[in-house]
Design a protein around this ligand. Structure first.
Ligand code: FAD
Ligand code: NAI
Length: 462
């Protein structure tokens, strides 16, 4: 029907950013979205709604646990779940409408409906077939369940169902101690649910720095979350209004069960490419169903690119955004680049967790000599004043050159603090560069500087 330079399929953080960037390059661009609203998983059922619930429930936690200590006395707030859901929905709407506005501003056409690619250079939506010199697939991901565990989004839910439960459940079993399990587990624990997290491995947040894992689990336990680690879930038995999780402890093969009102399956996500017609096009997929691309996000079929959760790499909104911008730059004939070594990961619990770059484990594996500077938030004036002194900043630098290699933070505003280290990594800074940079007092960022000082002569406040 219409002819475009670029058609982007999917309007999540990968797709909508790619579309805007293409339009900024002067390319005639459209973005196809099958959902009723723009913004993809992230804005509709992911990052944004989960952060709204984390924020609201954290406020409740502060009121219940810290207000009195600060001399704020009075009746503790009660939870109006329907209102909290409305607040969450308003947050979603404000964000999805924001993308709509940005599309109009940048003259990106929003084509409504589910797209398929009948052949390279063509995108079909309903009966309409549009021409596109370039196609960017940004179709995202969907929850993946366990073999034989059926998600009904009522009793056995994925993150999508967990964000919109009709009431706050008394008992919740979370399968998987990864990012979703711990964020949404925290939400319901703060709201009064009895939450047990069942994890296959012997640690929570696999792959994370070991010190962070231990301290983080301790902190979550203090907040009331229970953990069953090293547990292989065998099945989930659904009853009328409840479910029973059957699991075996891996250490002794003993069999156990957990009854709960809600079971949240948070065992990872998988690429969503259904209905695009990739098989008949011959677009190569990995064994895990990810679309294979080269270093410039080209698939093996000329003119078709892919980005975000649908391809390899961490399933993170900002990774998808960066790829969206870079792929658009490549299509516009410019140099598009993503530094995969500097993609921060953040868990928005309280305390927050953030990490970037190398971990001690990977450095040991690679035989690289490193040093560690660690600083506890206990020594940070602002954290003490805010009753938020749990956690630490751990900075890792090359033993010889002092070049910063990575950082792992558990503590207040960790998700913001990490970006100072991202910039340092991008500029190839040394720990001394950070240590010699004046940091305003009193701020949490002083803890980052202290960790950098600890890589050298030593921190001042520990
Ligand atoms: P998506 O956001 O999944 O968007 C893909 C879009 O494409 C969808 O809207 C889909 O409807 C559309 N689509 C698919 N196929 C078609 C088709 N054939 N035609 C038309 N449209 C199509 N990441 C973070 O970085 N920070 C967080 O705090 C965070 N929190 C999360 C919380 C939860 C509960 C979940 C589930 C995820 C979270 N994530 C977070 C991950 C983040 O949401 C994803 O990494 C990100 O959304 C991926 O972006 P994307 O553009 O690749 O795909
Ligand atoms: P995840 O990969 O983070 O965690 C899955 C967990 O489930 C792991 O700990 C794994 O060991 C465990 N597991 C797997 N099989 C199991 C089994 N049979 N029994 C018990 N445990 C089992 O996946 P999650 O939490 O579902 O999140 C999916 C994606 O969404 C992640 O890739 C993440 O990047 C993204 N996301 C990001 C957020 C953020 O950036 N703050 C927030 C939420 C999601």
């Amino acid at each position: 029907m219409s002819a475009y330079d670029v058609i982007v399929i999917g309007s999540g953080p990968g797709g909508y950013v790619a579309a805007i960037r293409c339009a900024q390059h002067g390319l005639k661009t459209a973005c196809v979205e099958g959902r009723d609203t723009l913004g993809g998983t992230c804005l509709n059922v992911g990052c944004i709604p989960s952060k709204a619930l984390l924020h609201a429930s954290h406020m409740l936690h502060e009121a219940e646990h810290n207000f009195a200590k600060m001399g704020l006395k009075g009746k503790s707030p009660s939870v109006d779940w329907a209102q909290m859901q409305s607040y969450k929905q308003e947050t979603i709407d404000a964000n999805t409408k924001g993308v709509e506005f940005l599309f109009k501003k940048n003259k990106v056409d929003w084509i409504k409906g589910w797209a398929s690619i009948p052949q390279a250079g063509k995108v079909q939506v309903g009966e309409d077939i549009h021409d596109a010199k370039h196609i960017i697939i940004a179709s995202g991901s969907e929850p993946s369940s366990l073999l034989g565990v059926e998600i009904d989004e009522e009793i056995v839910v994925s993150s999508t169902g967990a964000l919109t439960l009709p009431k706050i459940p008394k008992k919740v079993t979370v399968i998987g101690a990864g990012v979703i399990g711990l964020e949404l587990g925290s939400v319901y624990a703060r709201l009064g649910s009895d939450v047990t997290v069942v994890e296959f491995l012997d640690v929570i947040t696999p792959g994370m720095d070991k010190d962070v894992q231990k301290a983080f689990q301790r902190s979550l336990k203090k907040q009331g979350l229970k953990f069953v680690l090293g547990a292989a879930v065998q099945s989930v038995e659904k009853m009328k209004t409840k479910a029973k999780v059957h699991y075996k402890l891996r250490k002794d093969d003993s069999e156990h069960q957990l009854d709960s009102d809600i079971v949240l399956v948070a065992t990872g996500r998988k690429p969503f490419t259904n209905g695009l017609g990739l098989e008949s096009l011959g677009v190569e997929l990995s064994e895990r169903g990810q679309i294979k691309t080269d270093t410039e996000w080209r698939t093996n079929v000329p003119g078709i690119y892919a980005i975000g959760d649908a391809i390899d790499g961490p399933m993170l909104a900002h990774k998808a955004e960066d790829e969206g911008m870079a792929a658009a730059d490549v299509i516009a004939g410019k140099h598009g680049h993503v530094n995969y070594g500097v993609i921060p990961g953040v868990i928005y619990t309280h305390p927050e967790v953030a990490s970037v770059g190398e971990s001690e484990d990977t450095l040991k594996e690679n035989g690289r000599a490193y040093k560690v500077g660690k600083f506890n938030f206990m020594g940070n004036g602002r954290a003490k004043a805010n009753l938020a002194s749990e956690g630490f900043v751990k900075l890792i630098a090359d033993a010889e050159t002092d070049r910063i290699l990575g950082a792992h933070i558990l503590g207040p505003a960790a998700g913001d603090l990490i970006h100072e280290i991202c910039v340092a990594l991008e500029f190839g800074a040394s720990a001394e560069d950070l240590a010699l940079t004046c940091h305003a007092h009193p701020t949490y960022s002083e803890a980052v500087r202290e960790a950098a000082l600890a890589c050298g002569m030593g921190a001042i406040h520990s």
